[in-house]
Ligand binder design. Structure first.
Ligand code: HEM
Length: 475
């Protein structure tokens, strides 16, 4: 070939001396190396192909090559689309994958990862006995987390598990929250949940409000973190509107005399601000999860390493043509649900808090030790407690903190609660037994929770877990 091909030139230069096909392909760099678009290789290839005679076998082969290359340069079908449905998260986590829209959505079954290869024994050990022998934390016995981890790490873990697991009380195979880390404890898992926490104006949430009722049965520090996310959401929505980049949050023009048009313009602005703020808050939650939480959990904070397991890094195509796929969604599994019950790591202070909550608020008339609660008593107590909580999430209170006339908690109360939790040592964590950077390389074999570390008051919860695990295995 002569000078580089220029757009607008005829495809074939008939007067140029003919070279061999292989020479031509090598000359234009078609050898499996990365392609520089500015070299216009595809145009050169088309020029070569077009110059070949009608009955040329090489022309057919080259045509096939061109079609294949063009075809595989695009996803089939595409993984991502334009429009609000795809730009924003759906309240229930659906449409994360366009091909399987319900994959990972709230209200779908847990995945089952492990094959039930062996039969369970006909007579199984009593789960209560298993708890007493293997899991129970005896009073006064507590192994402080040797890596210096505080209860705060497990508060974040608690938010994560309430984000991705909500085993349905009607059908334990179903999770009523999505499989995605979409901050369901703040935003809920349906449009109805969202309406209960939103002001439906300018993308804002009601003051210091979050969705998850189950968190009221968790230590106050967990709820404080949710309040902070809620406040951050409102800060982001406020800033987005104030900056209003490119006028993207301006009200659409409407006829002042048409109340429907006016309402639609305000609703669209609220929708865009709420959902954009939600994406920003979700991004921060993801960064906290990957850079603070995951590094804490794998004990990397104790080293000089900046490493964390960030699935968002660019990965070359070593695992198939497009590398690790994006936009295909996922579904949490029943096994993951069972493994993620970090009850042994609960701090001593929180153990005391559970005892107080259970004896004073959830099971006040029980009249026996908490580790003697049976299934019916437990379920009835929890149902009664949840029905005593205000339906409107913006009226709920926790940890003895009171809302002011503006609906907000006092900053000082929130800070005091967080400070106490930050200074509160957690129990053993999965990877707490290694401290140096050399140990990190062996963390997968060194990690453990330690036996006999679950607070006694959670005996019935663990019995339910064991029974559920057996049922999931057998099904
Ligand atoms: C003081 C702290 C905690 C208390 C009082 C507590 C209490 C409970 C209770 C009562 C249940 C049963 C819920 C039901 O069946 O309705 C439960 C389930 C569960 N807990 Fe905890 N827990 C605590 C901390 C944690 C932590 C730190 C984790 C892990 C990060 C965890 C992971 C789980 C998981 C995965 C479930 C199953 C949830 C589901 O399937 O929907 N818990 N917990």
């Amino acid at each position: 070939m002569g000078d580089p091909y220029q757009a607008g030139e005829p495809y074939a230069d008939t007067v140029a001396p003919m070279t061999g096909l292989l020479d031509d392909l090598n000359a234009i760099g078609f050898g499996g190396k990365p392609i520089d678009d500015r070299e216009m290789m595809m145009e050169k290839l088309i020029a070569i192909t077009a110059s070949l005679p009608d009955d040329s076998k090489a022309r057919l082969k080259l045509s096939q090559l061109i079609i294949n290359t063009l075809n595989s340069s695009l996803q089939h079908p595409p993984m991502s689309y334009m429009g609000d449905q795809f730009k924003y998260r759906q309240p229930d986590g659906s449409l994360n994958s366009f091909i399987t829209p319900q994959l990972g959505a709230a209200g779908t079954p847990y995945a089952k990862t492990c094959r039930s290869a062996k039969k369970l024994q006909g007579v199984r050990p009593d789960p209560g006995l298993l708890f007493d022998l293997l899991l129970s934390r005896e009073k006064g016995v507590f192994k402080e987390n040797p890596a210096g981890i505080s209860a705060m790490l497990f508060y974040h873990a608690t938010i994560i598990i309430h984000d991705v697991f909500r085993t349905s009380r009607k059908d334990a195979n179903i999770s009523d929250t999505s499989s995605y880390l979409d901050l369901a404890p703040l935003y809920g898992s349906s449009m109805e949940d969202q309406v209960a926490i939103r002001t439906m104006s300018e993308g804002l949430l009601k003051p210091d409000t979050f969705h998850e009722i189950r968190l009221l049965g968790q230590p106050p520090g967990v709820n404080v973190i949710l309040v902070l996310y809620s406040r951050f959401h409102n800060y982001v929505a406020d800033m987005l509107l104030k900056i209003n980049e490119g006028g993207r949050f301006s009200l659409q023009p409407f006829d002042k005399d048409d109340p429907k048009e006016k309402a639609a313009a305000f609703a669209k602005q609220d929708h865009d601000l709420f959902n954009t703020a939600r994406l920003v808050v979700g991004g921060m939650y993801m960064n906290i999860s990957l850079h603070d939480y995951l590094r804490g959990l794998t004990n990397v904070h104790h080293s000089d390493s900046t490493w964390t397991l960030d699935p968002r890094i660019e990965i070359d195509a070593s695992f198939g043509q497009d590398g690790v796929p994006r936009g295909v969604g996922g579904q949490v599994s029943a096994e993951f649900n069972l493994l993620y019950r970090f009850h042994p790591a609960i701090s001593q202070r929180d153990e005391k808090w559970i005892d107080d909550l259970f004896t004073k608020e959830i099971f006040p008339d029980i009249g026996k030790p908490l580790d003697q609660l049976d299934l019916v008593e437990f379920l009835q107590g929890v149902a009664k407690f949840e029905s005593s909580v205000p339906v409107d999430p913006s009226k709920r209170e926790f940890g003895g903190m009171k809302r002011g006339p503006n609906g907000r908690f006092k900053d000082g109360d929130l800070v005091a609660s967080l400070k106490a939790s930050i200074e509160d040592p957690a129990g053993m964590s999965p990877n707490a037994s290694f401290r140096s950077s050399e140990d990190i390389t062996t963390f997968s074999s060194a990690g453990h929770f330690g036996p006999r570390m679950v607070p006694k008051a959670l005996r019935i919860v663990e019995i339910l877990s064991i029974l559920q695990a057996r049922k999931w295995y057998a099904d």
